[in-house]
Design a protein around this ligand. Structure first.
Ligand code: BDP
Length: 646
């Protein structure tokens, strides 16, 4: 616990660290409307054309971005946001690899053109994997990597056309290489006795369909020329006083006055301050608590940042309001503490995945999934295996769902993916992730990778560097990576704060032998904890069940088998959670699509819900357990409110 003065020093120290060694410039605040900012969403129908030429470069050779896409050749309708793969009846589009082109035309409001004290920014929530964007034929930005946003100021480009007409062209390429995250590798099959001319495949080392396209909303938004570029908050509390340390970075003005006001849910001002950094003190603070640990979980204040600046011509006023949850996170050798109280993760791993949309953001799906999480009594999830949409994290903040926020570094298996190019890209991705998600109360830990081949010699330097960089970026949150390899050989583990382990006893090992789970899981835990003395999360476990298939005594792929696998794991969890096990996350929340293969029956069936979000038998097992755990660990007399038979 620190005093107000101590926390000012701590905040300054944190922010000094935050600035050191940054590879990225500028902020990535979520676009929000305010009295000084407008947002124009471009969701809906776009025009689409896949470049089917053998080289996949016809679009660049013919400069498709210079004209309307329909003038270049045949185009089709394509919804944005959505993956393009499952929208058509054409298998060549579903399995397409290479450049696809999207286009949208619009007219922007006249005052955006006339008033040159306004900045107009084009933002893409995410596009998978590599994107180039043109506005009216002029290249405005390029970005590598799916799952994270990118943006570009386009004021000058759109002002060249006084009518305000604006043609946005985006080329997106889903090709993965050994140096992308996730890695992949294109292989050409040149044996003409076995493969047709030009035949190639993309090998991937991860277990989900490589959906592609514009996955999250594209929008245009405005700010004044002098504007709030970024905000960082770090929260703490001492007795009844909440402490919100903040730093605001301003662009477009040499000097600006800043007024920061913190408001409670009723809109009452509870603290205020002036200047680009400081500490707001909140009397009788309402802390941010996880779902099922408090009668009022997910409490958020609103932090309004108001900028005033002037130059020779005019004055500028910018207003940005950030939701802020006040909470702390700490780790001991056996516990995970939120607000100094032990927190036990009883939750799920998810995917952004559904019928037709693939990985496209979809509000009905998001809200349905949160209703299912609450029904289940889940208090947490991991964003396996990439950063999820900001809209989802905002829901987590509001509902008190705790998040382990994972980078897209899944399937680092090839030794060539441990080189300098891969490492530099990984550091940039961690910066993009922390920059985007640092202010979410729900995010309590960073996961830098899933199941890398961390027994390989270069893994030591590689993960030491990535984990250290992540801690420098954010000294307030623990860092982990998700491990599956042999505990004695795993090179990255010494650097993590929490050990996260995945295993599939009686599935990938000793298939059909449910009786090995107890002994094997027990050995696993004793080994890991004995060696590293760090708390452990079972970050994946599970079994495939094809819904509606029943056999008793259980055999693999039936609903009965999935249930017993879970129940046997739970017996060990219940012994170890009294000691150092701090959480359990089922693999997986719902069935999801994968590449085709002999172990996958139209995708991965380890969901406790089907892909259409209907429960399998295992969902009821988990629901009963999670509500019981909530009653035991959540310090709330929930049984009066939420009987297990709910
Ligand atoms: C784990 C992976 C996960 C897979 C799962 C499985 O982390 O992505 O989907 O195995 O095989 O090792 O079901």
């Amino acid at each position: 616990h620190m005093t107000g003065g101590g926390s000012v020093l701590r905040a300054l120290w944190l922010f000094a660290l935050l600035d050191a060694g940054l590879l990225l410039d500028g902020g990535m605040l979520y676009p929000r409307e305010s009295s000084s900012r407008e947002v124009k969403e471009l969701s809906g129908l776009w025009v689409f054309r896949a470049d089917r030429s053998p080289s996949r470069k016809q679009g660049f050779d013919e400069a498709w971005y210079k004209q309307r896409l329909e003038e270049t050749g045949p185009v089709i309708d394509m919804p944005v946001p959505a993956s393009y793969n499952d929208i058509t009846q054409d298998p060549a589009i579903r399995d397409f690899i290479g450049w696809v082109w999207y286009e949208r035309e619009l007219v922007v409001p006249t005052h955006w053109i006339r008033d040159d004290t306004i900045r107009v920014v084009l933002r893409v929530g995410s596009a998978h994997y590599n994107s180039i964007v043109w506005v009216n034929g002029v290249s405005v930005t390029q970005h590598e990597g799916g799952h994270l946003p990118f943006e570009a100021e386009v004021s000058d480009v759109i002002r060249k056309d006084p009518t305000g007409s604006c043609r946005i062209t985006t080329a997106v390429n889903n090709t993965l290489t050994l140096e992308t995250l996730p890695p992949g590798n294109i292989q050409y099959m040149n044996d003409r006795t076995r493969y047709p001319d030009g035949f190639f495949v993309q090998s991937i080392y991860f277990d989900f369909f490589n959906y592609a396209g514009i996955h999250r909303p594209v929008l245009l938004y405005t700010t004044p020329k002098a504007y709030v570029d970024d905000i960082t908050v770090v929260t703490n509390f001492s007795d009844n006083t909440g402490l919100v340390s903040y730093i605001v970075s301003v662009k477009g003005a040499v000097t600006a006055a800043l007024k920061v006001t913190l408001m409670d849910k009723q809109g009452h001002c509870v603290a205020s301050s002036n200047g680009p950094f400081g500490v707001l003190k909140v009397q009788d603070v309402k802390l941010w608590w996880p779902y099922l640990t408090h009668e009022n979980p997910g409490y958020l204040y609103s932090m309004e940042v108001r900028l005033s600046a002037a130059d020779g011509r005019t004055t500028y006023e910018d207003v940005y309001t950030l939701p802020v949850g006040i909470r702390t996170v700490n780790v001991t050798s056996t516990q995970f503490l939120i607000n100094n109280k032990p927190f036990y993760f009883h939750g799920v791993n998810k995917h952004e995945d559904s019928d037709i949309r693939g990985k496209g953001l979809d509000w009905p799906l998001i809200v349905k999934d949160f209703n299912l999480l609450k029904w289940l009594g889940a208090n947490s999830f991991r964003t396996s295996h990439y950063p999820y949409a900001e809209e989802i994290l905002q829901m987590c903040d509001r509902h008190g769902i705790v998040v382990i926020d994972e980078s897209p570094a899944v399937g680092i298996k090839d030794i060539r993916s441990f080189g300098n190019a891969s490492l530099s890209h990984h550091l940039i991705v961690m910066e993009e992730l922390v920059r985007r998600d640092k202010n979410h109360a729900s995010v309590v830990m960073w996961s830098v990778a899933n199941e890398p081949a961390s027994e390989m010699p270069p893994a030591d330097y590689y993960f030491k560097t990535v984990i250290k960089h992540t801690k420098d970026l954010d000294p307030t949150r623990p860092v982990t990576f998700i491990s599956s390899s042999n505990f004695a050989r795993d090179k990255g583990v010494p650097y993590v704060d929490v050990i996260c382990i995945n295993n599939y006893f009686s599935w990938y090992h000793d298939p059909g032998h449910l009786e090995v789970i107890l002994i094997q899981l027990n050995t696993e835990y004793e080994n890991w904890h004995g060696k590293y003395k760090k708390p452990i999360i079972q970050s994946e476990y599970g079994a495939d069940a094809v819904p509606g298939v029943h056999v008793d005594p259980p055999v693999m792929f039936t609903e009965e088998y999935q249930k017993i696998v879970l129940q046997n794991y739970h017996k060990v969890f219940d012994q170890k959670r009294a000691q150092y096990l701090i959480g359990e996350l089922i693999w997986n929340f719902a069935d999801f699509m994968t590449t085709q293969g002999v172990t996958r029956v139209v995708g991965n069936k380890k969901g406790i819900f089907t892909r259409q979000r209907q429960p399998k038998a295992a969902a009821f097992v988990l629901k009963e357990r999670y509500w019981r755990l909530a009653n035991e660990t959540g310090r709330l007399p929930l049984w009066t409110k939420y009987p297990c038979s709910l």
